[in-house]
Design a protein around this ligand. Sequence first.
Ligand SMILES: [Zn+2]
Ligand SMILES: [Zn+2]
Length: 143
Amino acid sequence: MTDTHEGGCVCGAVRYVTKGDPLRVSLCHCTWCQRRTGTAFGTEAVFAAENIAFTGTAPSVYRHISDLSGRWLDQFFCPRCGSNLGLTLEAVPGIRSIAAGTFDDPTWLNATGVPFRHIFMRSDHGWADVPESMEQYEMHFRK
Ligand SMILES: [Zn+2]
Ligand SMILES: [Zn+2]
């Protein structure tokens, strides 16, 4: 099984396995992602939900209602160390994301063959440089 990748939180309690390449990687500069991650943008590797399996301690869930769309977003995190472990979205059923920085091997995920999209650039911080060569959207890439 060479196409599986493992990862987890910093304390090791929550672990996961993903199968195959992500459908896309969304780097979201919205103010909600800035706050939930505590940094410039959220980086979400998006998979079909059935291609992600959690093992170990079950992640905790916080449900946020978007003030933009009115729909829910569930954010998953380790109940012990608080590491951010990804999202599920009411707006996009059947997928879930993994916070891209939590893979054990930080080198496997790259911009070759998988779309990397910087979204919600309208609230981008000037101190987080995005290369001009990368796809960028003022809001979401979905119309
Ligand atoms: Zn943890
Ligand atoms: Zn966002």
